[in-house]
Design a protein around this ligand. Structure first.
Ligand code: MF3
Ligand code: CO
Length: 254
């Protein structure tokens, strides 16, 4: 179901998104070789709780066939695309790490992701991260009233294709705000499916997942972690945005 948000709703989602953005800032300061992904989860959980909010991911279970997500934040390293589970894995120089976080503040949900370098990383990975973030902003630029969902998808897809990167097709952006996943779906490729026109009051998450190699993925035995089939490195950027009458506002930035 697609549920439009009023000004008060958007104010609450913005407050939720601010906590999310602050959490990323705190993690950025502490991210260096030697830290474990579980350490990052603790930093995230502590800060969100301190703000009287909670993680929208912890305990999330989209289908009965899979276990509930056990941590506050998804941490996906190198060839992991999304949904990595925090663990005792130690990050090392040259890794790239994608952080994906959902914050629930009084029932108002924001969702965002960033990919960060650990120490010094390769030129190829610097380009991957830069282009993936650009894909997100190209998509956001198209998220204006009167356009359609496919205008966002096209902008993301063609930018990644300029660099011959793989665009993950198995996961999409989505409406967000009252729950983690609402309509509409926002694919990062051009294809079939619904293609609603954008209108004021829509709040959704745009989230390109881009691989240096091919677009194929597989899921690990933990039932969550998504990896690239060819083990090429992958980056992920996501913002929650609100479509307003005269502009589009990013709700998950400071
Ligand atoms: N940002 C992701 C999404 O929108 C993560 C959700 S999966 C979870 O689909 F289990 F971690 F919640
Ligand atoms: Co999302």
């Amino acid at each position: 179901m697609l549920r439009l948000k009023n000004k008060k709703d958007i104010d609450k989602i913005r407050s939720s998104g601010k906590i999310l953005a602050e959490t990323f800032e705190i993690i950025k300061e502490q991210l260096k070789p030697g830290i474990t992904t579980k350490d990052i989860d603790n930093i995230s959980d502590n800060y969100i709780n301190k703000c009287k909010a909670k993680s929208a991911f912890k305990g999330y279970r989209p289908y009965p066939e899979i276990p509930a997500f056990p941590a506050s934040i998804c941490i996906s390293v190198n060839d992991e695309v999304i949904h990595g589970i925090p663990s005792s894995r130690i990050l090392k120089e040259g890794d790239i790490v994608s952080l994906d976080l959902g914050v629930d503040l009084d029932g108002y949900i924001s969702d965002a992701a960033i990919t960060l370098p650990v120490g010094k990383i390769s030129e190829k990975n610097i380009l991957l991260i830069k282009v993936t973030e650009e894909c997100l902003y190209k998509g956001i630029e198209m998220a204006v009233t009167g356009n359609r969902v496919a205008d966002i998808s096209k902008a993301v897809f063609y930018h990644a294709k300029k660099y011959n990167f793989g665009v993950v097709r198995d996961y999409c952006g989505h409406g967000v705000g009252f729950s983690l996943h609402e309509d509409p779906q926002i694919p990062n490729y051009i294809g079939s499916g619904q293609n609603p026109r954008l209108k004021a009051g829509m709040v959704f998450a745009i989230e390109p997942m881009i691989n240096i190699g091919g677009d194929k993925i597989y899921i690990l035995d933990d039932k969550w972690t998504v990896k690239t089939a060819d083990h090429s490195y992958s980056a992920h950027f996501e913002h929650t945005v609100a479509v307003l009458e005269d502009k589009t506002e990013i709700l998950t930035s400071l």
